[in-house]
Design a protein around this ligand. Structure first.
Ligand SMILES: Cc1ncc(COP(=O)(O)O)c(C=O)c1O
Length: 461
């Protein structure tokens, strides 16, 4: 990232605009307010997942079609949230509707395998270059089972993850994310900090975090773990971090991780729950050309229906096939989810679809980058495939430490309010990014850039 002069953003101006925009959003979402008041009497916090929370009330959605969504107040928005990256096929995609409707009419669940599940696995083998697959119902289940399989395969308990990476809500990985920055400890020896209460310390202690984009630090920590008799079963990581905005791997980093995990006999798991079908037909494996031993998928796999998958080498999946490790679940390979996944893979997420997504994202990132330059904002656009964001930071973010030290969270919050008030439905939260769908158009991207420019203008006027 080239160094250039940036304006000093007036903090009082951010606060003033935030107050104005919050007021406006509250005025136009009175239906959500009413639903929230009803919902909180029976749903904890009025929401099905804490990730849906928003102060003073969440925005409740009613409908989605193609690239658009409508909230319960009838506000129409272009969707750049896309279900945290699950809807790369676009809402109510006709191919998916047809496949799921056909399935609904002949039975949705048997807890027995169906042909669609076999066909989906065949596609995943081809796209992700791993020979054996199993299904789950979410990203968390995928990473939980993948870690158990890696532990069963190696006979080891310790695992390594990247500091600041989110891999779902089970105890093994709710460690060393979103934690107080002053408690993370020294970079060579990060603390294993549980994310929230209810996570046993003994479990958190089995999870060791290392910085992203630093293969040397990973190797040194692994060597120390080996000396301590705690050789890790696996390294679980995103090939491009998607929970600090977006942090791309520096040249040579993934190759170095691949080489060192192989040399130490440690299973390398790419968690492709977010990257996966959003960044290329064959995910990070195709995009970055580095082959892990295992892959976890979810989100966009099911085209909006709950599903997940785990891929592995023949050797690793042997422990599942010979039932040394139990990989199970009543709804695994659910026929409706499999019908949706098959339709998505065969009819929607084609090579042409990825060309379209790349072209859209190039347009969106270039537009945002032009605004950043025009108004000398402290930030830059970054993305890959269907995903991207503007990172408000004067420095390039390469890992959790640079993110925490530099990301301007207040500007992120303001940008979200500007979007929501101007017809852009965007992921809430300072760690998120946009996801495009195959149904988005260049005009949709230009609309996003237009709102961004309005904010930049108002901030610097
Ligand atoms: C990289 C990654 N892995 C796993 C998960 C967990 O997926 P789920 O919310 O479907 O359990 C997420 C969710 O955001 C994720 O981003």
């Amino acid at each position: 990232m080239a160094q250039r002069a940036v304006v000093e953003i007036d903090r009082a101006r951010i606060a003033e605009l935030t107050e104005r925009e919050e007021k406006k959003l509250n005025e136009t979402t009175q239906g959500s307010k009413r639903l929230y008041e009803r919902a909180r009497r029976s749903l904890a916090g009025g929401v099905p997942s804490s990730y849906h929370l928003r102060d003073p009330w969440p925005i409740y959605l009613a409908e989605g079609k193609g690239p658009r969504v409508w909230d319960v107040d009838g506000n129409e928005m272009i969707d750049f949230h896309n279900g945290f990256g699950s809807m790369v096929q676009g809402h109510a995609n006709p191919a998916v509707i047809e496949a799921v409707e056909a399935r609904l009419a002949v039975g949705t669940h048997f807890a027995a395998p169906t042909e669609d599940g076999v066909v989906v696995a065949e596609h995943l083998v081809e796209r992700f270059r791993l020979p054996k697959w199993r299904y789950t119902n979410s990203g968390s289940e995928s990473t939980m089972d993948a870690i158990r399989i890696a532990r069963g395969f190696t006979g080891r308990d310790t695992i390594v993850k990247i500091f600041g990476s989110y891999h779902g809500h089970h105890d093994y990985v709710m460690v060393s994310i979103g934690v107080p920055y002053d408690r993370i400890g020294d970079r060579e020896n990060y603390e294993s900090l549980p994310y929230g209460e209810g996570i046993p310390k003994v479990v958190a202690d089995l999870t060791i975090a290392v910085p992203f984009n630093d293969a040397g630090a990973m190797e040194r920590r692994i060597e120390r773990l080996v000396e301590e008799g705690r050789k890790p079963a696996c390294v679980i990581m995103e090939a491009a971090m998607m929970n600090l905005g977006i942090v791309l791997p520096e040249p040579g980093y993934l190759e170095a991780v691949r080489e060192l995990t192989e040399r130490h006999g440690i299973v390398l798991v790419f968690d492709e729950v977010k990257t996966g079908l959003c960044i290329a037909g064959g995910g990070a494996v195709e995009r970055f050309g580095v082959q892990p031993d295992m892959i976890t998928l979810a989100k966009s796999l099911g085209a909006g229906l709950p599903s997940g998958a785990i891929g592995a080498t023949e050797e690793i999946m042997q422990v599942v096939e010979n039932e040394r490790v139990y990989q199970v679940g009543t709804f695994n390979g659910n026929p409706a989810s499999m019908a949706a996944a098959r339709a998505g893979l065969e009819q929607v997420l084609t090579p042409e679809a990825y060309e379209h997504l790349d072209a859209l994202n190039d347009r969106l990132m270039a537009g945002c980058e032009a605004v950043v330059e025009k108004y000398s904002l402290p930030g830059y656009a970054v993305g890959v495939g269907a995903k991207g964001c503007v990172t408000f930071s004067p420095e390039k973010i390469v890992d959790y430490e640079t993110f925490k030290a530099n990301q301007d969270g207040e500007l992120m919050d303001l940008a979200w309010l500007y979007n929501m008030n101007r017809g852009i439905f965007m992921t809430p939260g300072r760690e998120e990014e946009w996801t495009l769908s195959v149904t988005h158009s260049f005009d949709d991207c230009d609309a996003f850039v237009g709102v961004f420019e309005e904010m930049a203008h108002d901030l610097t006027a």
